[in-house]
Every structure is written in C-alpha cells, then in structure tokens.
Design a protein around this ligand. Structure first.
Ligand SMILES: [Mg+2]
Length: 186
C-alpha cells in the first residue's frame, strides 16, 4: 500500500477540497545521511518524562549544531514524495500544507531549503513551530486550526497522540523513508 493509493481513495470518497498536511523532516526532507536513527532519537526526544516529550536545544552550541545540520546541502528532498506532491498540486481539489515542529531558530534555514530546491510554491502555507511549543501540542493545534483531512508524519508516537486527540482525520505513517505507509486510522 503506497502513499498515493491511500490519499487517492480518501479524495474520491469525499468529493470536496481535501486539505493535506505534511510533516517536513522524514516526509519531505531526508534526514542527514550516516546518522543512525537511535542517535536522532536521543537528540530529539526528551528522557525526562515517560510520556511524549521532546527536547529543546538549550545551549547555543547545541542550537548551532542543529542549525548547521539542517543545511540544505545535508538534507536532500525525498524525491518520491516530492513527485507525489507535484501531482497533487496540479489538481485543484487539494490544498497542501506543511506542518513542521521545527523550532524558531530553524525558520530561516527552512526558507533556505525551500528556496534552494524551488519547492515553496507547492504549498498553500508552510507552518513551523515559531513559539517553540512541544511538537505534538503544536501539531495538534495547527491541524485543528487548518482543519486538515489528512496528515502524514514519520513519528509514530506523535501520530498515536494525534489519533487520541483529533477526530475525523486520516493519519498516515511514513516509516523511516520507506515506501510503505500505514494508515493508523481515525
Ligand atoms: Mg518528522
């Protein structure tokens, strides 16, 4: 089951403008090569709480490292998903959004990435986490505000959180840049 198949079914069923939200890192933008997943997880997730919790990089050095590693040079687009987004963009029945929990210090970096790859025109709006809220709370708030029909993310614990908080949305899981997408249901 591929991403395209899932979304096509959703669209034809409703026959109205379908709003689709995409996470950024791991869905549109590839993660940096040679960094194992468990290291990424250690960097991003907080270990203080047992529940869903993410770390904000508190030191200047840590923020610099994150900022540096988010250079467009180290973060290529995920081509198969970009191709899908191009196809969806051509059909006016769909509105495409980015909802990323990237923190405010990555605002310019994110704009640079879209400029560098000439991809910003594909989205009605690109939202990032400018107030540095906890990522799952930020995404919940934005998805409700935008009234999205579909949201695609590579963070399964986060999707499960959203599933418990938002009704009538299709939540699609993209596993570590593979083609297999699981619909975790409404
Ligand atoms: Mg992600």
């Amino acid at each position: 089951m591929c991403l395209k198949y899932n979304i096509s079914r959703e669209m034809s069923a409703k026959g109205k403008v379908i709003k689709i939200g995409f996470d950024l890192d791991g869905v549109i933008i590839n993660k940096p090569p040679f960094v194992p997943m468990f290291v990424m997880d250690l960097l991003v997730r907080s270990r203080r709480n047992k529940g869903l919790s993410y770390r904000f990089p508190n030191t200047k050095l840590e923020r610099f490292v994150r900022w540096f590693s988010h250079s467009p040079v180290f973060r290529p687009p995920i081509e198969k998903n970009i191709n899908l987004i191009h196809e969806l963009y051509k059909n006016k029945n769909y509105e495409l959004y980015v909802v990323s929990s990237r923190y405010s210090f990555l605002d310019k970096r994110t704009k640079q990435w879209f400029d560098y790859h000439c991809l910003d025109g594909l989205f009605k709006k690109i939202h990032i986490n400018l107030n540095n809220e906890q990522p799952h709370k930020f995404k919940e708030k934005m998805i409700k505000k935008l009234d999205l029909n579909v949201f695609i993310d590579d963070d399964l614990p986060l999707l499960n959180y959203l599933k418990s908080r938002i009704k009538n949305i299709d939540l699609l899981y993209m596993e570590d840049n593979k083609s297999v997408i699981g619909n975790i249901g409404k």
